[in-house]
Design a binder for this molecule. Structure first.
Ligand SMILES: [Zn+2]
Ligand SMILES: [Zn+2]
Ligand SMILES: [Zn+2]
Ligand SMILES: [Zn+2]
Ligand SMILES: [Zn+2]
Ligand SMILES: [Zn+2]
Length: 262
């Protein structure tokens, strides 16, 4: 798991000529690697106003992932002239993949670095019996939370034939994390949630409401987000789900995983 790597304060990244320095608590930015929304932690060149997500700055050059188990993915950095002629979409979130992304070239599989951080299994409070699994194909095409249509990757419970949008999972993830945490540690530990998480979450929800969007419907093509906030939805989902991931590792979900379908 990437979280066990020691944190580097300065990185020399192949996408930029100068060293990048880690900055915590930076505001909003657009990542100059993957071109999607970022907030908070960045690896930054102040001289050039160049920012990378902390994950984009430190993710490995090759990746084996359950999202594309057939082949190892390769991290590539494509200039605008390349993506103009050959527009790529992230297979997971369906937004354009430009600049820095993982790809399996023979299969035409492309994925944002951030999207590779989505956990394979999550707990979903309204469905406590089984862990849900991130999957391209589901048992149905309707989300059990918002009743909206699902076209792409979703969390599913195979035995029960249930599907949930990624963003509809994250809306209850903080509640799930609290419950699991109580199981892990025996008692609630409020300091587990650091303030940056809450600040971001509150800010994000505020902005979302102002744009008149209905939570859970953004991926039905009814809403066009401005270019600057590309990846904002996925960034928020990750902020929510990574709180749960930490605890899922501790809780050891292996037994419940066996109930899934393979
Ligand atoms: Zn990035
Ligand atoms: Zn620079
Ligand atoms: Zn993506
Ligand atoms: Zn492949
Ligand atoms: Zn939904
Ligand atoms: Zn189930």
């Amino acid at each position: 798991m990437s979280s066990s790597r020691p944190e580097q304060l300065v990185v020399q990244h192949f996408t930029h000529i100068h060293p990048l320095t880690k900055v915590d608590g930076y505001g909003e930015f657009t990542c100059d690697g993957c071109k999607t929304y970022g907030f908070g932690k960045t690896y930054r060149c102040t001289r050039c106003d160049y920012n990378l997500h902390d994950h984009c700055a430190t993710c490995p050059s090759t990746l084996a992932t359950f999202m594309h188990p057939q082949h190892e993915l390769r991290l590539v950095f494509r200039g605008p002239e390349h993506t103009h002629q050959n527009k790529r979409m992230c297979d997971i979130c369906d937004e354009s993949a430009e600049g820095l992304y993982y790809q399996c070239e023979p299969c035409g599989f492309d994925v944002h670095p951030l999207c590779t951080q989505l956990p394979q299994h999550v707990r979903h409070v309204p469905h406590p019996a089984h862990l849900l699994e991130l999957s391209q194909w589901g048992a149905s095409s309707i989300c059990m939370v918002c009743r909206g249509a699902i076209r792409s990757w979703r969390y599913k419970c195979c035995p029960c034939g249930l599907d949930v949008h990624m963003e509809c999972i994250s809306s209850s993830a903080s509640v799930a994390a609290t419950k699991i945490q109580q199981r892990c540690f025996g008692s609630p530990q409020p300091q587990f949630y650091h303030s940056e998480y809450y600040y971001h979450h509150a800010y994000y929800n505020h902005g979302y409401t102002n744009q008149g969007q209905v939570h859970g419907y953004a991926n039905q093509g009814q809403v066009q987000e401005p270019g600057r906030s590309k990846g904002r939805k996925m960034f928020s989902i990750l902020m929510d789900l990574t709180v749960g991931v930490v605890c899922n590792i501790i809780a050891g979900p292996a037994v419940e995983v066996l109930n899934g379908c393979f």
